[in-house]
Design a protein around this ligand. Sequence first.
Ligand code: PLP
Length: 393
Amino acid sequence: MNFREERITITHTADEYDKYLNAVVPPVFLNSLHLYDRFEDYLDAAENPCQEGKFVYGRDGNPTVHILERKIAKLEHGTRAVVFASGMGAAAAAIMATCVSGSHVVCMRDVYQPVKRFLNNFCIPRFGMKVTYVSGNDLDEVEAAMKQPNTSLMILESPATFVFRVVDLEAVTKLAHKYGVKTYIDNTCLTPLFQKPLDMGIDIVMHTMSKYIGGHSDIIGGVLTSKDEELMCRLITTVREWYASILGPMEAWLAIRGLRTLPVRVKEHQRIGLEVARYLEKQPKVKRVYYTGLESHPQAELIKKQQKGHTSLMSLELDASPEEAVKFINRLHLFGKGCSWGGYESLAIAPLYRAEQEELHFLQADRGLIRLYCGLEGSESLIDDLDRAFAGM
Ligand SMILES: *Cc1c(COP(=O)(O)O)cnc(C)c1O
C-alpha cells in the first residue's frame, strides 16, 4: 500500500482554508462566533447550515474543525464528515439521528461495549426502542431480525474487538437496503486507509479519533462520514448542535496533525502486528491467536476481499487459567496496562476478566482473553518482552 491518493488528500484537501496567510499548517481558529457586515447575511448563514465557508457560532461549526471534516470525508470516499467531542458522542448522535421512539435496532453482539450499554440502559428504557443482537455472520439471522417492524438501523463493527470476527459488509448492506434499514459501522480499527465501507454500501461510517487518527494518546474525538447529505446536514449536524458535542478547535488541529503521519504509522503498526501475531502463534503456551492478518484466521478470504490492511490489535488465549493470564500481563514491562489504544505505547489488558458468564457466552469468548495493542516500540522489543513473560509461566 503506498496510499498515493490518500497522501495528497491528507495535505491538500481544504487548502483554501489551510493557506491562511500562506502558513504551512492550518491555523487554530479559537473564536466562538463569526461576524457579518449585513444582518441579512448573518441570517442566511444561520438559517441554512452546511453552506461551504459560512460559520455562525462555535457550537455549530468552526473553520479548523471543518478543515478536518473535509479531509476525513474525502479519505473515506464520503461527501460529508461531522466531527464530535468523542467517538461515543459520534455513535450516540448516529443512533439519535436515525431512530425514533419505538425504533428497532439490529446490533452485532461484539460491538464496542459502551454502545451496547447506551442501547440497553438508555435507548430501550427511555425511548421504548428494541434491540436484536446478532452475530453478523449468519445472514438468515440478520434478515429475520431486519424483518421486525420499525427496524431503522443496523450497527456493525468489522473487525470487532475481542475475537476479531469480520462481517461481509457488502452482503449485509444489500440485505439492509432491501428492508430500508440504514447501516452504521465502527471503522476505527482499520482507519479510513485500510477499509472504505462507504464504497461497499454502508450508510454511516464512524471513527473514534482518540485511537489511530489522533495517534499520540493526547486527544478524545470522533467522526461520522456519509454520502447522505440530507442525513448529515439536517439530522446529524443538528443533533451535534443540540447535544453540544462538537470537537474543540485545538483537538481538531491535533487530529489534522495526526492525519499527516497516519499512512506511515498504520503501515508500521501493521508490520509490527503481523510479526507479533506470527510469533504468538508459535508459542506452545498459546491456545489461540485472534488476528485478521494471520493466514489461519477462519475468514481469511473475506478479509482479503474487503480489507486493505490490518490493525495492530489482537487477542490471545493462553493454555492457562484467567488468573494466570493476569499474572502474564503483569510480567510484561513494555506493554502498559491500560484501556484505549492507537498511540505510540503498547498495551495489554484482559478486557473480559470481570465479565459475567452470560456475557462470555454471548460473546463466545474466554474470561482470560488477553488483548494486545502493538504500539511503535518495535517488534523485536515487544517480542523480547513477551518472551520474558512466557518464561515466567
Ligand atoms: C475507543 C473506542 C470507541 C469510543 O471512542 P471514544 O473517543 O473513547 O468515545 C469506539 N469504538 C472503538 C472501536 C473504540 O476502540
